[in-house]
Write a protein that binds this ligand. Structure first.
Ligand SMILES: [Zn+2]
Length: 399
């Protein structure tokens, strides 16, 4: 389902739409729902102790409908297919999963995601799902984030942050040097992986060193990440040269070495590898490295927009009663409907017999036993032909 269809779909089902996730209550279970082009995933957060008892049955019940993944107290249920298939499967899950949960006495999580305490009063949309939290805990987190943003604006420093960021490059260099150190060049390919962690590493260390979070932090992270490949690879070459010579040499000798020997190829391929990793990592981390103090505040404010009160025990009991009452009502309606149908059929049969008697006063009814017509269109014909019964009531065929 694409974003628009997904949004319309979940809103129609009574869920709310957050930034990327939909959220709300499936019976009394809080759920977060996301989608991509060919699937919808519903995430339940339940008591981890209850997860064990329901695991096998849930998987069995949803076989062929959805993929179920358990991870401690998180249950992800993924439905795939065309939009209409997903919609049908979603209906089956909405009806079936709470029923299975009821059967196994499964409860939603009650532990606060912030303080791990009990007695939560609201559900909130957090990273891991639609979660129980204390309103007070969110407010506390918001105050803290505001404090941090304020302090960072006032006393954050470009200088200390930059020192922290440069330290990360030094560490990256030393770690990349492990193969040189061990005389094991086979490891050097694996060391390129380090560049995948550089952007976030640089940004968070900058932050840790009380770096001021503004455009400078983002720019510095980008420039240092992209430059790191060059510094680290040149540094490693210099390191090897020193090892070979057994003494410190002028750094310019690195370039002389490169031109003299056949090392250009491997040097350039290391550079390209590290650059590819870095660009990929920058792309992945693009939102994180743009974060400022305000971003933290906004994140929590967005969480505040998703709160709904946790139903109390009384509410739950009432919901349960309503559910049962609705079930009974449905059952009664079904029975009444069935009875009404039977009566109608009986009436139609009597009518048909009367009609037959009227038009065939002297004959017996034996022929009627099998194919009694359900209705008659006024008896303009003397001999109704035997007819096939169809589901809809139709006027009898007249050949
Ligand atoms: Zn709490």
């Amino acid at each position: 389902m694409n974003r628009d269809i997904f949004e319309e779909f979940v809103l129609r089902k009574g869920y709310k739409m957050g930034e990327n996730w939909a959220y709300g209550m499936m019976a009394e279970y809080p759920v977060a729902i996301c989608s991509d082009d060919h699937s919808i995933t519903v995430i339940f957060r339940i008591d981890p102790m209850d997860a064990r008892t329901v695991k096998q049955n849930l998987k069995r019940a949803l076989r062929g409908i959805a993929m179920v993944v358990f991870n401690k107290g998180t249950i992800s249920i993924t439905m795939k297919g065309e939009n209409w298939q997903i919609a049908e499967k979603f209906n089956a899950v909405s009806k079936g999963v709470p029923e299975i949960f009821h059967m196994h006495d499964v409860h939603p999580t009650t532990q606060c995601s912030y303080c791990k305490g009990e007695g939560c009063d609201v559900y909130a949309l957090l990273d891991i799902g639609y979660e129980a939290v204390h309103t007070a805990c969110i407010e506390k987190a918001l105050d803290k984030a505001k404090d941090y943003a304020e302090r960072n604006k006032r006393s954050g420093s470009h200088l200390t942050g930059t020192i922290g960021a440069l330290l990360v490059i030094v560490v990256a260099f030393l770690v990349s040097g492990i193969p040189t150190w061990l005389n094991n060049q086979r490891l050097s390919g694996a060391m390129s992986l380090i560049f995948a962690f550089l952007p976030l590493g640089i940004f968070y260390t900058y932050k840790l060193f009380n770096g001021k979070l503004d455009w400078y932090a983002t720019a510095l992270t980008g420039v240092l990440s992209l430059g790191a490949g060059f510094f680290v690879n040149t540094g490693l070459l210099y390191w090897q040269l020193v090892k070979i010579e057994g003494r410190l040499v002028p750094i310019a000798d690195v370039w002389a070495l490169l031109t003299r020997s056949n090392m250009w190829g491997s040097f350039m391929s290391s550079m390209i590898y590290s650059l590819i990793f870095t660009i990929f990592a920058l792309f992945i981390a693009r939102n994180a490295i743009r974060a400022t103090g305000e971003t933290g505040v906004q994140t929590i404010e967005r969480v505040q927009d998703t709160l709904i009160p946790i139903p109390s025990q009384e509410d739950l009991e009432k919901m349960e009663q309503d559910r049962k009452a609705a079930e009974e009502r449905r059952l009664k309606e079904k029975q009444a409907e069935a009875e009404r149908k039977l009566q109608e059929e009986a009436l139609a049969e009597q009518e048909a017999i009367r009609e037959w008697e009227r038009t065939h006063p002297a004959e017996t009814y034996e022929e009627l036993e099998e194919d009694a017509p359900q209705s008659s269109d006024g008896g303009e014909e003397d001999l109704p032909q035997p007819q096939e019964e169809t589901q809809e009531q139709e006027t009898p065929n007249q050949d």
